[in-house]
Design a protein around this ligand. Structure first.
Ligand SMILES: C[S@@+](CC[C@H](N)C(=O)[O-])C[C@H]1O[C@@H](n2cnc3c(N)ncnc32)[C@H](O)[C@@H]1O
Length: 307
């Protein structure tokens, strides 16, 4: 094997944007690696939603200080499988994305068919297709965007392992994967990787050859790395639940004459030191089961340990 993940430490970064329930969580380590292997000049994503995959690409580009330009294209209106999206999804993503990645990345609220005209033929080095998942839609997106791909181009197709009613990426993958150098991760709903360009980046080509030579080893490695994001997301879910309770606790504090603690309601702040946050919150929430008002006041006014 020539591919050695230790030569690509960005693979092991902690993902900064994780949304509970995202089907992409387990592929973020590979997104990090792909950016290092491909070092694209131009990356385009079709289907961004809350931004888990896209912010994974952007995080690696920022960490590696690459000159890559990125575009996330989504109507942010939803599709037959997602249903209609809540109205604030794009605004929420912008709030997170723009300060961190706005210097090199643009969120484009258009349909894929509208946006394709913005790109020159032969310009895109990495294209991630994750829009509507019917066979016809994926085939259409692939064919519409194919002329835009550079001679280094790599395509990712998500949900190649989903065979539920209406999902057809797996059928498209069956047809397309034999036409190019390719590899498929089976975990995380399946991720198909196609080396479409005639002059693939050398490190990426080595990765594909090694993955093809020992597919199970590569699949196991990235499935285990991906699981870490499930666990991290689980922790975020617990903290969100605690955070919700804390808002009630603040109301209670005010009722018994203890000043409310706005900092404890700042969830982004909490994520910087989740262990201390959880410890302190758990301790403070314990007072709710105490009948002793003096004890409650004492504990709430002396929030050590874990402040
Ligand atoms: C499965 S989600 C994308 C998931 C995302 N990659 C992630 O990491 O969570 C599919 C998205 O594609 C968008 N979409 C589907 N078909 C589209 C089209 N033809 N034009 C624009 N957006 C589309 C939907 O609005 C939805 O947000």
């Amino acid at each position: 094997m020539r591919f050695n993940p230790l030569h690509h430490p960005c693979t092991f970064m902690i993902a900064q944007m994780l949304n509970i329930g995202s089907g992409w969580l387990e592929h973020i380590p590979f997104a990090f690696l792909l950016i290092d292997l491909a070092r694209p000049n131009l990356l385009v994503e079709l289907g961004t939603y809350k931004g888990d995959s896209y912010c994974g690409f952007c995080q690696a580009i920022a960490a590696l200080r690459l000159p890559t330009k990125c575009f996330a294209i989504d109507s942010w209106q939803g599709d037959p499988h997602m249903g209609v999206l809540p109205q604030d999804v794009l605004a929420y993503l912008r709030k997170y994305h723009d300060p961190l990645y706005g210097s090199f990345s643009t969120l484009v609220p258009e349909t894929f068919d509208q946006a394709v005209a913005h790109f020159d033929d032969g310009s895109i080095d990495v294209l991630h297709i994750d829009g509507t998942h019917t066979f016809e839609a994926v085939q259409h997106d692939f064919q519409t965007w194919r002329p835009k791909l550079s001679d280094k181009a790599i395509i990712l197709l998500h949900d190649t392992a989903v065979m539920d009613e209406g999902f057809g990426v797996y059928k498209f993958w069956e047809q397309i994967h034999t036409q190019y150098p390719s590899f498929e991760f089976k975990h995380g709903h399946g991720l198909g990787i196609l080396g479409v360009g005639k002059s693939l980046p050398a490190k990426f080509a080595e990765f594909l050859e090694d993955a093809t030579a020992d597919p199970q080893a590569m699949r196991d490695c990235f499935a285990i790395l991906g699981e870490r994001n499930d666990i991290q997301c689980w922790l975020i879910g617990v903290l969100q639940a605690l955070n919700q309770q804390y808002k009630f606790l603040n109301q209670f504090k005010q009722q018994i004459g203890v000043p409310a603690d706005a900092a404890m309601e700042d969830f982004q702040q909490a994520l910087k030191d989740p262990f201390a946050y959880a410890t302190r919150m758990t301790r403070e929430l314990q007072v709710l089961i105490s009948d002793d008002v003096a004890l409650r006041k004492h504990i709430l006014q002396n929030p050590q340990p874990g402040k």
